[in-house]
Design a binder for this molecule. Structure first.
Ligand code: PMP
Length: 356
């Protein structure tokens, strides 16, 4: 606190990212990073770009990346926005598309950055309770039942639950709310969910946000993108060019292009994560956990008799970290990132020891 702080800063409640501890031999299952490295082609492209050209500014529009994404997802470059991680893309969407007189709506249990952006930008919001199985109820987002929203946003699959809505349900929500923008945050969609990108051609109020941090294993490069109607993309560009004209550096642009082009590596590694997840779910159940159905690269699990915070602390003593949220309704859950097969085996071994 300081007399030099603005009133806005005094009022902020910032997001707290998952820890990045510097413990040796740590099994890090707390921030949903990919257990395998990025495409070797991405690393090669980044190495080649680390040269004298770094004295020059990057392309402010990252056109090469927009074209690569447009080709990959069957849209035009005018329907693509890119930013410094999907957090930045989301932040611009809050400012550009979700700040209106009527409140923004999102689930009570969801990505905890959403209320933070609302605080930063002065956006009025209402949370909508997940059902008793921690699932999103489509009906809660239909205006005939609940009134017209100023905007709607949720992750699909949701975080931290891992539960996904089928595409037909997403379409019902988007179609029922032509008065506002619906943002679907697909950070985890490549691990078994259905992307809403094919709906973009038909719904001018739909913005789909994705990231290179999860299924493309490039959390360290900071690249995210959005796909939507060109008018929505123009709104994001207006905010971006009022904030930072060069959000993607030269290394990020070439690395992301190479990663998008390496479809074979993407397919192989995301399927490896999904296969490990199925084994992890079975193994967690065998030591007594109840696990929500997951289409993400993490699982959300609760033990009927053991306190989640204590389990997290015990795992930590054994150099295994998972995420625990001190939040009503989910304080007895652990969010566990799907690691390599060996990491997941070590986790189960440690849990067996802790549970006795
Ligand atoms: N959306 C959701 C639901 C997330 O969990 C995350 C990761 N914390 C993000 C967006 C942001 O990811 P990034 O900024 O790395 O693209």
């Amino acid at each position: 606190m300081s007399q030099y702080w603005s009133a806005v800063v005094h009022g902020l409640t910032p997001y707290v990212p998952g820890e990045q501890p510097k413990i040796a031999n740590l099994i890090k299952l707390n921030t949903n990073e990919h257990p395998y490295g990025p495409s070797p082609r991405a690393i090669e492209a980044i190495r080649a770009e680390a040269s004298d050209t770094l004295r020059l500014y990057p392309d402010p529009t990252a056109e090469r990346l927009k074209l690569a994404l447009a080709a990959r997802y069957g849209v035009t470059a005018k329907q693509v926005f890119v930013g410094n991680g999907s957090d930045e893309v989301l932040a611009h969407a809050f400012m550009a598309l979700l700040k209106h007189d009527r409140p923004l709506r999102f689930p009570d249990i969801s990505y905890s950055f959403y209320p933070v952006y609302c605080g930063l930008y002065g956006i009025d919001f209402e949370t909508v309770a997940l059902d008793e199985n921690l699932a999103i109820r489509t009906e809660d987002y239909l205006p005939e039942d609940n009134g017209a929203a100023g905007g709607i946003i949720f992750p699909n699959p949701n975080a931290p639950t891992g539960r996904a809505l089928p595409l037909a349900e997403i379409e019902r929500i988007v179609a029922a709310n032509p008065q506002c923008v619906v943002v679907i945050d697909e950070a985890y969609v490549d691990f078994g969910g259905e992307s809403a990108i094919p709906l973009v051609a038909r719904y001018p109020n739909l913005l789909v946000v994705q990231t290179f941090s999860k299924s493309r294993s490039l959390a360290g490069l900071r690249v995210g993108f959005a796909i939507g109607h060109p008018d929505l993309i123009e709104a994001l560009d207006r905010v971006k060019d009022s904030f930072n004209s060069y959000p993607l550096d030269r290394l990020a642009i070439v690395g992301a292009v190479a990663a998008i082009e390496d479809e074979e590596y993407f397919e192989r590694t995301r399927h490896a994560v999904m296969a490990t997840r199925e084994q992890l779910v079975a193994d967690l159940a065998s030591v007594g956990f109840e696990v929500l159905p997951s289409t993400a690269n993490f699982v959300f699990a609760t033990h009927p008799t053991r306190d989640a915070a204590e389990l997290a602390a015990e795992l930590r003593k054994r150099a295994i970290i998972v995420r625990h949220f001190r939040q009503p309704r989910i304080e007895q859950f652990l969010r566990i990132t799907v690691g390599t097969d060996d990491q997941c085996k070590a986790l189960i071994g440690a849990l067996r020891e802790i549970l006795g």
